[in-house]
Write a protein that binds this ligand. Structure first.
Ligand code: ADP
Ligand code: ZN
Ligand code: ZN
Length: 767
């Protein structure tokens, strides 16, 4: 099913009461169909948000095009209810981007468009909270009346207080708050503003500057002089004409961010309207980078977009981007779908990161959409990484992307850390027992850091105390009753938790099967390592950063701040500590247990392991102090580990690509994964088999290859049994063409297997 092409009118104008039919095509967030026809007055323009009756509900939709013809009988056509007339229409480029994403990921247009809008805009009752009529008035606190205004706010009226504070802040900075923005902050804004204006606390008028888009108050900073490789990279980006994809390959700390900042400065200076989009993989990386950008561009409005923002805040930030007020937009993957009318440059930092792939709903890759968006706009896009994905690397090798390289660390006194493997088997042969999973060389290295007043970072990608609880006498293990996985022991909280379905239970005092009281934790997670280190080094200040220790909003940032301030001697953490952070005083990185990835069936396991270890290793020795990385392993010969010792991404990538080419795997082939789940595995498999049989009725190019349906390696999650089927092709076009036809038959296939849920994933990352 292809999305309607915007602007295409039907063959013949039909008449209603002697006048041409005035129809607008509207994209709605329903999987049923693509666009729906409604009657609308001439004021409704493509790109506008409208509300329409849909069954008994009222839905928000995006007007895609106007036409004078409809396949719906004239007497069945219903009318557009409202339009969000104060919002500038979404541009044709944005509509085309959504159209591409819908086609490529086999979704309906509305299923792409509506979730890409901020929460307050995509629901009809959200509108009620926003301005529905065009309002050009802007407001700010009257001179000298700020205190009176704040004092007039009723106790505990949080949103009213937020509004009053915004008005006072605006007055202080010589700005004003628009009626629409006021409505975002507080649903009672119109009556409050009227009341306050009456009282003389607030003044209104047409304002020249809206609420967002105010220059930041950050201390301006100046750029360090670029080193030669950086200069070459910046120049190449600056001189690029039209669509220009770059792969910036630079080791950690080589100054990639500095290259992005220069490229951005260049684009922003050349055109007074130009907007720049910078994507980062994780929310917890935004504050640090936000500060760096704000101080580099203190005079330019910056918007931040990520899922961690409160709805109101996200709406405001989105509006600033959409209206072109924000010149720089920094965000996580969802920001790639933001409306940016003057977008001129896109940066994707850590382009290899799997967080760029959305794992539910519209399963898009923000990196891939960023490249498409740049192509559509004829703009430059910079993909940066120390460990590029094999897909991007291969494109750079072929010359599709232009490769830019930063070989050395940027700061003159910083060098790459030395990486050493600690062979656990040898440790055992030498009769050197591990202490709670920590080897003697690693413990000695930590001890040495403590004596020198330097920091150590221990990386273990497994949160909780122990991955499983076991009974010594009967062999019982703490399996999750709803998943094919173990419940993880969380000792400080005294709970067992399933990390897949969220099920929790108290820790049993005795074995539920045999009553034995000796139930013991097996294996180690971050909590256990933290406890072991505290016992071994009682004088050390130890911090643990993982999803458990940072559940409260802002706590992650507070903990990172402590590390940066030198208030922590040993930092224990998961993936969360690995990315992006510039720890100036960490001189030792210990990698405790990387071996699990070696047994994975996923052909990308080695690539992901290499990337994540390289990332963590990059935290060591960033400023002046020599860094050391110690990796404990049972498999010191593994190619990913050997390459790491040599800091040899190029060699590792060459080996990977050779193997992938031989095996016919991405990037030399394209894949689509169909997954199905049901309470019974047979049903899920039956659906896939039925869908497979229907493939024969579709036009299938010889390159397209269907594999057999198989149970997923973790078959049960939350009482649903899961199965999958892989489709591969050496031709992306042939694969897309086949999938488009094939998914049309899934409805029939479902008839044979009621109650099955299925998902389609294009370019899956985990198989
Ligand atoms: P990356 O993004 O590749 O990890 P950054 O751009 O964050 O690297 O740079 C790493 C460190 O080196 C930062 O502290 C940065 O301020 C510094 N740096 C970057 N470029 C230069 C330069 N040309 N001269 C001196 N210091 C630099
Ligand atoms: Zn037992
Ligand atoms: Zn579970």
């Amino acid at each position: 099913m292809l999305p309607a092409i915007p602007g295409q009118a039907g063959p013949a104008a039909e008449l209603i009461d002697g006048a041409p039919l005035a129809v607008v095509r509207v994209a709605l967030d329903t999987p049923a169909d693509d666009v729906f026809d409604y009657l609308a007055g001439p004021e409704v323009q493509p790109g506008e948000l409208v509300t329409v009756p849909f069954g008994r509900r009222t839905l928000v939709g995006v007007a895609i095009s106007r036409c004078t013809h409809s396949d719906v009988p004239a007497d069945k056509l219903r009318s557009v209810a409202q339009r969000l007339d104060w919002l500038p229409p979404l541009g044709a480029h944005w509509i085309a981007l959504a159209g591409f994403a819908a086609r490529y990921y086999h979704r309906c247009l509305g299923e792409v468009m509506l979730p890409a809008l901020p929460p307050a805009l995509r629901e009809a009752d959200g509108w009620a909270r926003l301005a529905l009529r065009a309002r050009s008035e802007h407001y700010r606190a009257a001179p000298g009346q700020g205190e009176a205004l704040l004092a007039a706010v009723p106790p505990r009226a949080r949103t009213v207080l937020a509004l009053a504070q915004a008005l006072v802040a605006a007055a202080g900075e010589g700005r004003a708050v628009s009626a629409a923005e006021a409505r975002v902050l507080c649903s009672a804004a119109p009556s409050r503003l009227a009341e306050w204006t009456e009282a003389g606390w607030v003044i209104s008028g047409r304002a020249d500057q809206p609420l967002l888009g105010a220059p930041s108050a950050a201390e301006p900073s100046t750029a360090p002089p670029l080193h030669e490789e950086q200069r070459v990279a910046v120049e190449a980006i600056a001189q690029a004409k039209g669509f220009a994809p770059f792969l910036l390959h630079g080791v950690t700390g080589s100054g990639k961010t500095e290259v992005y900042l220069h490229a951005m400065a260049d684009v922003l200076a050349r055109d007074a309207q130009a907007q720049v989009l910078m994507l980062v993989p994780e929310i917890n990386l935004t504050p640090q980078l936000q500060g760096r950008i704000a101080s580099r561009f203190p005079h330019l409005p910056l918007a931040v977009l990520h899922s961690g923002l409160a709805d109101q805040e996200r709406t405001l930030q989105w509006l600033a981007a959409h209206r072109g007020e924000a010149r720089i937009v920094l965000g996580t993957r969802l920001a790639v779908l933001a409306s940016l009318p003057h977008l001129a440059l896109i940066v994707v930092d850590e382009e290899h990161d799997t967080s760029y792939k959305q794992q539910e709903g519209l399963r898009y890759s923000a990196r891939d959409l960023a490249v498409w968006r740049a192509k559509q706009l004829g703009a430059a896009v910079v993909l940066g990484s120390a460990t590029p994905s094999m897909e991007s690397w291969w494109r750079a090798e072929q010359g599709t992307y232009r490769k830019l390289v930063l070989r050395e660390r940027a700061q003159t006194d910083a060098t790459l850390p030395t990486v050493r493997l600690i062979d656990i088997n040898q440790e055992r042969q030498r009769q050197r027992a591990l202490y709670e999973g920590l080897s003697v060389p690693l413990l000695n290295a930590i001890e040495a850091r403590l004596q020198r007043g330097e920091q150590s970072l221990l990386f273990l990608n497994r949160r909780g105390y122990a991955p499983v609880l076991a009974c010594d006498s009967c062999g019982w293990l703490s399996g999750c009753p709803r998943c094919s996985a173990y419940m993880v022991l969380h000792r400080p909280e005294r709970r067992l938790r399933c990390h897949h379905c969220g099920l929790e239970s108290p820790v049993p005092h005795h074995c539920p099967d045999c009553g034995n009281v000796d139930v013991a934790p097996l294996g180690r997670g971050t909590q256990r390592i933290e406890e072991a280190l505290a016992a071994r080094f009682p004088q050390a200040r130890i911090a643990r950063i993982d999803a458990d220790s940072t559940r409260r909003k802002g706590s992650a940032q507070a903990m990172f701040d402590e590390v940066h301030a030198g208030e922590v001697d040993i930092l224990v953490g998961t993936q969360m500590v690995a990315k992006g952070h510039d720890f100036q005083r960490v001189t030792l990185v210990g990698i405790v247990h990387p071996d699990a990835a070696m047994f994975s069936h996923d052909f990308r396991a080695a690539e992901h392991l290499f990337a994540s270890l390289m990332q963590v290793a990059g935290r060591a020795g960033r400023a002046g102090l020599a860094g050391e990385v110690l990796i404990q392993t049972r498999y010191p010969d593994a190619s990913a580990l050997q390459a790491l010792v040599r800091h040899d991404y190029d060699g590792f990538a060459a080996t990977q690509l050779r193997e992938r080419r031989q095996a016919g795997l991405p990037p030399f082939a394209y894949q689509v994964l169909v997954t199905a789940d049901h309470a019974e595995l047979e049903r899920a498999l039956a659906f896939l088999q039925s869908a497979r049989n229907r493939a024969d009725t579709c036009r299938m190019a010889p390159e397209v290859q269907l594999h057999d349906p198989v149970p997923m390696s973790m078959v049960r999650v939350a009482n649903r049994e899961r199965a999958q089927m892989l489709v591969e092709s050496t031709s992306r076009i042939a694969l897309q063409r086949f999938i488009s036809e094939w998914v049309q038959t899934f409805g029939e296939a479902l008839g044979d297997a009621k109650g099955v849920r299925w998902q389609l994933e294009i370019d899956p990352l985990r198989i």
